[in-house]
Design a protein around this ligand. Structure first.
Ligand code: PGA
Length: 251
């Protein structure tokens, strides 16, 4: 089964609207020849709408870094799925480790967010991954299994085709420490086997699983060559269009 690759840039709380426009200009100027990869960018909420036209001309899909699980309501400071769609988002990151750790998001809430994303017409990227402590205690498979099963609870199997999984070991995010291609491949294959045993093998074969955690131009090629790694979710190295393009060339 051939799965279309994805390269996604998570801009976190960086980049003004103007900086985002410049990024797209540079990217657009030199991206030629790599049309077989889905390119996704996750800017700040406030940047999604203003860069919509430029992004679409450059064949870039936009997503948000989070959403609230309710349809609407008295939730000061929050943003709904419907609002994100209206602003031009097609995708949404859910359960990023920074949301889990810094904002206390747990599996139950993450699951409600995945459900809300799907109802709203957004494609969720569910992020999973163990901490350093969990890996040292050899609990990585238990943690990732729990995050997957809880995070995808009550999702209709047909809707799972809309979902992408990102395996991001927490100890590799922003640290310069990457999982070895072997470790990453092992976990990706494990994730695929969980999807196959909980749902259907057909879904497991077609679901795209991204690797995230210190992806850089010099390690991207080896990671993306692994059979179960369908692309990358890139933080720090996505902030410069030139670096992101070098990673894109790794495909
Ligand atoms: P990093 O971040 O590439 O800077 O490690 C990845 C992420 O947080 O998604």
């Amino acid at each position: 089964m051939s799965r279309k690759k994805i390269l996604a840039g998570n801009w976190k709380m960086y980049k003004s609207i103007n900086e985002a426009r410049n990024w797209i200009r540079v990217f657009q100027g030199s991206k030629k020849g790599v049309l077989h990869v889905d390119i996704l960018l996750f800017p700040a909420y406030t940047t999604i709408y203003p860069i919509g036209k430029e992004a679409s001309k450059a064949n870039i899909s936009l997503g948000a870094q989070n959403l609230h699980e309710a349809e609407e309501g008295a939730y000061t400071g929050e943003v709904s799925g419907k609002m994100l769609v209206e602003a031009g988002a097609d995708w949404v990151l859910i359960g990023h480790s920074e949301r889990r750790i810094l904002f206390g998001e747990h599996d139950e809430r993450i699951n409600l967010k995945v459900l809300r994303a799907l109802i709203s017409g957004l494609k969720p990227i569910l992020c999973v991954g163990e901490t350093l402590e969990e890996r040292e205690a050899n609990q990585q498979e238990d943690v990732v299994r729990r995050q997957l099963i809880e995070g995808l609870k009550d999702i209709h199997p047909d809707d799972l085709y809309q979902v992408v999984i990102a395996y991001e070991p927490v100890w590799a995010i922003g640290t310069g420490q990457t999982a070895t291609p072997q470790d990453a491949q092992e976990m990706h294959s494990f994730i695929r086997s969980i999807i196959g045993s909980q749902w259907k093998s057909r879904i497991a074969e077609s679901i795209r699983i991204l690797y995230g955690g210190s992806v850089k131009p010099d390690n991207a090629k080896e990671l993306f060559a692994c059979p179960d790694i369908d692309g990358g979710l890139v933080g720090g190295a996505s902030l410069k269009a030139e670096t992101f393009l070098s990673i894109l060339r790794a495909f």
